[in-house]
Design a protein around this ligand. Structure first.
Ligand code: ADP
Length: 431
C-alpha cells in the first residue's frame, strides 16, 4: 500500500477498536512501545492532520448487529487506507466478548476480504492484565473464561473457554492454533507454523501467549500480515517491526496549564475508594444526588458550578455521583436503571463542560460511559495519547470546542482502573 496524496504524514499502523476505552487501552500500549498515537472518536470526516505513527479509530461496535459492526469497521478501514496505513490492527476485548453471531468473526472476515488477504491471527492475550491463552484456552487470572464471571455477562456471555471453537462458530474461514510450544521457539518457528497452517487452508489462527516475552516473540512474525486481530497485548511487539523503540518523546504532550478538576460518574469499587481517599485527604468535593436530578438536571448543574467557581485554582476539586451499590440500587429502583444512568451522565457531562468554560484545562473523568458523555459534551473528536498514569489510563491532550480552541489535558479512567490515590497522583504526574 502506498500513502494516499491527502495524507500529511506516514501512518504506519491503522487500528480499529470496537469500543471507546478499549481504544485508549490499545493506544496506551502503542505509546509505551514508542509510537506517537492519536485516538479518534469514530471515523474522522477529513484527512489526518497530526504527525503520528498510529491512529486508533474508536468505534462502538462490540455489541451492535454484525452487519452494522462490519459496515462501521469497513468505513474505518477505508479511512485508514486513505491515510496510507501500512498495517491494520483490529482490536477487541481481552475477554473475547462476542456471540456466535459475532462480531469478531464477521469483522475479521470482512477486513481480510477488503485487504485481499487470506490469513491473520487472533489472540486476546494481555498478560499485564492477567489474560493468557494456552492450548487455545483463555484464562482470566487463574480461571478459565467460562468460570471467570464472563459466563454471566448480560450481552456477551462467554460459556466456552476454547477460542478455536468460539471463533469457528463466527467465521466462514477455517480456524487453527499456533500453540505455546511454537511461540516459545521464537519468530522463525511461528513463521513456519503460519506457512503450514496457510497450506492447510486455515484462514485465522488463535495464538497462545502467557507472557510479554511471548508477545515480543510473536511481533516480528506478524510483520508481513496486512491484518492483525487481537486484544491490546499484541501491540507491544509491533512497533519494533517499523524500527520504532520505546522513547519518552512518543508520549510528549503540550505543557499543562489551567485549573484542575475531577468529575466522577463511576460507581465501581476502585472509584469508590478513590473518591473516599480524595475526600479524606481534604480535597474539596461536591456530591451530585441523583434523586435531585429527577426534577430537572439544570438546577443541580448550576449549583455544582456555583460551588466550584470560587474554589478553582488553589487545588484540584471533585464533583461526583459515585455511590456504593446499595445507594445505586435505591436510585435505580426509584428512577429506573436506564433513566438514572442517562440523567447522571447528562449532569456530569454538563458539569464537565461548565468547569472547562470556567478555565479547567486538566480534567480527570472517572467512568467508561461517563467518559463517552463528557468527550461528546466537550466536542472532542481526537485525542493525542500521552504518558500512562496507571495501567490502561494515559493522560491525553485534545482540542475542545468548549475550551475556546485551546487544548485540554484529559484522562479517561474506566471503572476499576487506578490506585486509591489516583485523583491526586494523576495531577502530580502531569506537573
Ligand atoms: P464504570 O466505568 O465504573 O462502569 P460508567 O460511567 O461506565 O462507570 O457507568 C456508571 C453508570 O452509573 C453511568 O451510567 C452513570 O450515569 C451511573 N451512575 C453514576 N452515579 C450513579 C448513582 N449515584 N446512582 C445511579 N446511577 C449512577
Amino acid at each position: 500500500m502506498t500513502a494516499a496524496p491527502e495524507s500529511a504524514s506516514v501512518l504506519l499502523l491503522g487500528c480499529i477498536a470496537d469500543d471507546f476505552t478499549g481504544a485508549t487501552d490499545l493506544a496506551n500500549n502503542l505509546v509505551r512501545a514508542g509510537m506517537r498515537v492519536v485516538q479518534t472518536i469514530g471515523v474522522p470526516d477529513g484527512p489526518l492532520d497530526a504527525a503520528v505513527d498510529a491512529v486508533v479509530v474508536a468505534l462502538k461496535s462490540r455489541t451492535n448487529p454484525a452487519g452494522e459492526a462490519v459496515a462501521q469497521s469497513l468505513e474505518a478501514l477505508a479511512w485508514l487506507q486513505a491515510q496510507g496505513a501500512r498495517q491494520i490492527y483490529f482490536k477487541y476485548c481481552s475477554t473475547f466478548d462476542s456471540t456466535p453471531q459475532g462480531n469478531i468473526g464477521p469483522v475479521t472476515d470482512a477486513l481480510l476480504d477488503a485487504l485481499g488477504s487470506d490469513f491473520t491471527i487472533a489472540t486476546p492475550a494481555f498478560p499485564d492484565n492477567k489474560r493468557t491463552v494456552f492450548k487455545g484456552y483463555l484464562f482470566v487470572g487463574d480461571q478459565l473464561l467460562d468460570e471467570s464471571g464472563m459466563q454471566n455477562h448480560p450481552l456477551t456471555p462467554m460459556t466456552d473457554p476454547n477460542l478455536v471453537r468460539v471463533l469457528q462458530a463466527q467465521t466462514r474461514r477455517r480456524v487453527g492454533l499456533i500453540d505455546h510450544a511454537v511461540v516459545a521457539a521464537g519468530a522463525e518457528a511461528i513463521r513456519g507454523r503460519i506457512a503450514q497452517l496457510r497450506g492447510e487452508g486455515v484462514g485465522i489462527a488463535i495464538v497462545d501467549a502467557v507472557s510479554n516475552a511471548d508477545l515480543l516473540r510473536l511481533g516480528p512474525a506478524l510483520a508481513d500480515l496486512p491484518l492483525v486481530t487481537a486484544g491490546s497485548g499484541v501491540a507491544i511487539g509491533l512497533p519494533a517491526n517499523f524500527g520504532i523503540a520505546p522513547s519518552s518523546t512518543a508520549s510528549a504532550l503540550p505543557e499543562p496549564g489551567g485549573h484542575r478538576a475531577v468529575v466522577s460518574g463511576s460507581c465501581s469499587q476502585a472509584t469508590n475508594r478513590q473518591v473516599a481517599e480524595f475526600i479524606a485527604g481534604g480535597g474539596p468535593a461536591f456530591a451530585v444526588d441523583p434523586m435531585q436530578l429527577a426534577g430537572g438536571v439544570d438546577a443541580l448543574v448550576a449549583q455544582a458550578l456555583e460551588w466550584a467557581a470560587p474554589l478553582l485554582g488553589a487545588r484540584p476539586l471533585l464533583v461526583y455521583s459515585t455511590a456504593d451499590p446499595a445507594a445505586v440500587k435505591a436510585v435505580q429502583e426509584r428512577l429506573g436503571v436506564e433513566a438514572a444512568g442517562a440523567m447522571v451522565e447528562e449532569a456530569i457531562a454538563a458539569i464537565a463542560r461548565g468547569l472547562v468554560e470556567r478555565g479547567v484545562r486538566q480534567l480527570v473523568v472517572a467512568g467508561g460511559e461517563t467518559s463517552g458523555a463528557c468527550v461528546q459534551a466537550l466536542g472532542i473528536a481526537q485525542l493525542q495519547i500521552g504518558a500512562q498514569i496507571d495501567p490502561g489510563v494515559p493522560w491525553c491532550h485534545a482540542a475542545s470546542a468548549t475550551a475556546g480552541g485551546q487544548g485540554l489535558h484529559i484522562a479517561l479512567k474506566s471503572g476499576n482502573f487506578g490506585t486509591d490515590d489516583f485523583f491526586t497522583k494523576a495531577f502530580a504526574a502531569l506537573a
